[in-house]
Design a protein around this ligand. Structure first.
Ligand code: NOJ
Length: 583
């Protein structure tokens, strides 16, 4: 890392979903003391930053992404003192802590919303999006909603409030009303809250759905209707995303947040790190947002690559992924961000497990495919994000009944789809492949009951593979996915070419191989990965890597020759070589 580069460019982030990480008190729900007790795992893995999903007081309608108090900790997770202790313990181990903040919406139980809904005259009425029924309609009746938008969690985005005689907007659940960022008091309150956390010692923020904060409101205060979409057939609702995604004032609001909060040093005198979650962000917009010349956020989470297996019906209509499409998308982001910076991820608490999704989770290929997926992600340009359990090669769960699921997105979708006439078995198949509970099963620590996650009954059943697939087993096996991830993280910390090298995609059309090159001065790092469950061959001389040192590989060396190389299913190799500098 050069002097002028911020620390997070060579960092690796690890996401903890606290509800499912480690339970210290036997109530079946993970908590902060449980997490503090497991920091060894993170330190040994070598990660630099811990991103903590929300632990604020919350009715837990959406597992904490519905916040009712921004400045405290929910008793289910512990106390503010526990959080202070966590911050200190993380710092003592040379790591940093990033908080997840949800400021597109609050909980409907947040005092701001309670004030806002109290009456049309409330001073906080305008802190949220209140609108009268559609002209000519009676409030509360179907079709009277101010717009026809479909919500992320199914159903309309408007909730009728009988007492005050207006609707309020909620892009997510009815318990997650959207804040009105047009109101400067809202922005000032958010800024003050973020500064409060920075002063308390946190090192950065992950900003939930932050590209939805600017809505395309017309001068007369109305919002436009959406457009028809095949994914919404039979719901009577339309796609309004063009009117709330990447809205007209987004960059202005983010620039203001940077000026007012992110530009200041942390309590420890460091720079803060920020990453914005942005469904629907475009590459040019991400470039502008992450360009240090016009400071807004350091990184954004794109959804483009994780949407490549969505069919016309969206996420619940999955299709097989084609490797050339994935490579083209990743390469576009690798080379297209200019002076901006990528956030690299396969997994988080909303995505199915990558080894089951785009790897091969059969006993024969699980380990190699998890390692190879990790390899191709971690050695690209950007900051890699590891989601708890990914470092173990944890798989999806294939539950057979809807009653096994807890996630409200999944449950609402199931109800809506079945009501619209879909075959419940088909809906369940999609839920099992794409549902968010796949990512949320308890972290398996050992072969103790429930994977050692809790001494009680876990809020969500453990992945039944836990007796063999757990952290203790993985630490004891030098060939595990876990040790491979540790080595990948070490490579980022020790090889400047991993951090700063230019990126070039090779063999873009190859259906099985992902091959790319990173170059920094005379250093050339070549990543060769067979992303399929069948052998694949390539001509090594074509790649110009007849010499070079293998820094990391999924398989023990095979008797290669200097020409054709046969890569075994899901085999990958990382080769460092030196090139003559072109004049
Ligand atoms: C994105 C979060 O990652 C997801 O878990 C949540 O349900 C929505 N935003 C709403 O906050």
């Amino acid at each position: 890392m050069t002097e002028s580069q911020p620390w997070w460019r060579s960092a690796v982030v690890y996401q903890v979903y606290p509800r499912s990480f480690a339970d210290s008190d036997g109530d079946g729900i993970g908590d902060l003391r449980g997490l503090i007790g497991r920091l060894d795992h993170l330190e040994r893995l070598g990660v630099d930053v811990l991103w903590l999903s929300p632990v604020y007081p919350s009715p837990q309608d959406d597992n904490g992404y519905d916040i009712s108090d921004y400045r405290d900790v929910d008793p289910v997770f512990g106390t503010l003192a526990d959080l202070d202790e966590l911050i200190e313990a993380v710092h003592a181990r040379g790591m940093r802590l990033m908080l997840d903040v949800v400021v597109n919406h609050t909980s409907d139980e947040h005092p701001w919303f309670a004030d806002s809904r109290a009456s049309r005259e409330s001073v906080k009425r305008d802190w949220y999006w209140w609108r009268p029924p559609r002209p000519g309609h009676v409030g509360g009746e179907p079709g009277a909603e101010p717009t026809d938008w479909h919500g992320f969690f199914s159903g309309p985005v408007w909730e009728w409030d009988e007492a005050s005689g207006e609707y309020y907007l909620h892009l997510f659940s009815a318990k997650q009303p959207d804040l009105n960022w047009e109101n400067p008091q809202v922005r000032a309150a958010v800024q003050e809250m973020l500064r409060w956390w920075a002063d308390r010692g946190v090192d950065g923020f992950r900003l939930d759905v932050i590209n939805l904060i600017s809505k395309a409101v017309r001068p007369d205060g109305t919002l436009p209707d959406g457009v028809d979409s095949p994914a919404l057939a039979g719901t009577g609702l339309a796609d309004g995303s063009a009117h709330y995604t990447n809205g007209p004032r987004l960059e202005e609001f983010l620039g203001e947040l940077h000026r007012e909060v992110f530009a200041a040093p942390t309590a420890r005198g460091d720079v803060l790190v920020t990453v914005g979650e942005m469904p629907g962000v475009t590459l040019p917009l991400a470039r502008s947002i992450t360009d240090p010349g016009t400071p807004q956020l350091d990184m954004v989470f794109t959804f483009e690559h994780v949407s490549l297996d969505h069919g016309p019906g969206g996420k619940w209509d999955p299709r097989p992924l084609t490797l050339p499409a994935l490579k083209a998308n990743l390469a576009a982001w690798q080379t297209g961000l200019g002076d901006g910076w990528n956030a690299l991820y396969w997994n988080n608490h909303d995505q199915p497990r990558i080894v089951s999704r785009w790897g091969d989770d059969s006993p024969e290929h699980r380990v190699a495919s998890a390692k190879t997926l990790g390899t191709v992600l971690h050695l690209m340009r950007g900051t890699p994000f590891v989601y708890q359990g990914e470092e173990l090669g944890l798989t999806n769960v294939s539950w057979t009944g809807i009653e096994d699921y807890r996630d409200l997105e999944t449950l609402n979708h199931y109800r809506q789809a079945v009501r619209a006439g879909a075959d419940p078995a088909d809906v369940l198949a999609a839920v099992s492949a794409m549902g968010r509970d796949n990512a949320r099963t308890p972290m398996p620590w050992s072969d103790a009951p429930h994977g050692g996650f809790t001494a009680g009954t876990p809020w969500l059943p453990a992945n039944p593979a836990y007796p063999e697939l757990n952290a203790a087993v993985a630490w004891a096996d030098p060939r595990s996915v876990l040790h491979h991830y540790r080595r990948l993280i070490e490579l980022r910390h020790t090889q400047p070419v991993v951090v700063d090298g230019d990126f070039e995609l090779l063999l873009p059309d190859h259906e099985q191989l992902m091959v790319y090159r990173r170059t920094l001065g005379t250093q050339v790092l070549t990543v060769v990965a067979n992303m399929s469950s069948a052998p694949a061959s390539l001509d090594r001389t074509d790649l110009g890597i007849t010499n070079g040192q293998v820094l990391l590989a999924t398989h023990p060396p095979a008797p290669d020759d200097a020409g054709d190389v046969l890569l075994r299913p899901w085999e990958s190799r990382v080769v460092l070589s030196t090139s003559a500098l072109t004049p």
